[in-house]
Design a protein around this ligand. Structure first.
Ligand code: PGA
Length: 247
């Protein structure tokens, strides 16, 4: 079974979100091989929770605040989103970049998500390919700081090299061997902290310009437990092809 996480980011108005959700529920045939999680803008979670009620499609938030409530204008808390979803993306590179989210803040958010029975999807990734794995691995260690083995087994890590997100050219897309190597190095790092058995069990997905044109090359890699898809998840036909290749 592979995860397929659709991150709609700050796209879709009310009508578009409804139409896209309708396409997902009517056209993507449920399969034991795919676990579909849709992360729409938070304002559409309630409507989509109704639409997906009798469908095997889970919902995720794109972000939560580390506090559960308070005088924080414009933010959304874990207790608010947990009414509608089971997952929460945390530490996406766009949040790190545009909202200066530090590893410490991200670690707090992960703990708040777990406390509220949300499965965190921790995003990590290096800025440039030449940078190597060091910084990305420190995002992993700091992100999971203080978590128990049980917490770790229940979370998802999304490896998303920033240079490969929303790539315009095929040459900017990460190769399968590169992604496999980086994901294995995440498992090695987690093995040092939690032991090999746990690190082999943790679900690690890949994200960064995943498209129907390149998904096939990643499918045979057992270490890649699924995909986080941004722009291609907004295109019904392309997303259907991605979904079907996992089925
Ligand atoms: P992309 O986005 O698929 O559009 O590259 C992935 C992401 O940022 O989560």
């Amino acid at each position: 079974m592979k995860f397929l996480i659709a991150n709609w980011k700050m796209n879709t108005d009310y009508k578009e979100a409804g139409e896209l959700a309708d396409f997902y529920r009517y056209h993507l045939k449920s399969s034991r091989n795919v676990h579909l999680i849709v992360c729409p803008p938070a304002i559409w979670l309630e409507n989509l929770a109704k639409k997906f009620k009798n469908y095997p499609i889970d919902l995720g938030a794109q972000n939560i605040h580390w506090l559960e409530k308070g005088a924080i204008t414009g933010e959304i808390s874990a207790p608010m989103v947990k009414e509608f979803c089971r997952y929460a993306i945390i530490g996406h590179s766009e949040r790190r970049k545009f909202f200066s989210e530090s590893d410490e803040v991200i670690n707090q958010k992960i703990k708040t998500a777990i406390k509220n029975n949300l499965t965190p999807i921790l995003c990590v990734g290096e800025d440039k390919q030449a940078e190597g794995e060091g910084h990305m691995l420190s995002q992993v260690s700091r992100g999971v700081a203080g978590l128990s083995s049980h917490d770790l087994k229940n979370m998802v890590i999304a490896y998303e090299p920033i240079w490969a997100i929303s790539a315009n050219k095929d040459s900017e897309v990460a190769t399968t061997s590169y992604v496999t190597e980086m994901i294995n190095s995440i498992r090695d790092r987690l093995a040092v902290i939690y032991g090999r058995e746990i690190s082999n069990k943790i679900r690690i997905v890949y994200g960064g310009s995943v498209h129907s044109k390149n998904i096939k090359s990643f499918l045979d890699e057992k270490t890649i437990n699924g995909f986080l898809v941004g722009s291609a998840s907004l295109d019904c036909k392309v997303f259907e092809k991605i979904y079907n290749s996992l089925v």
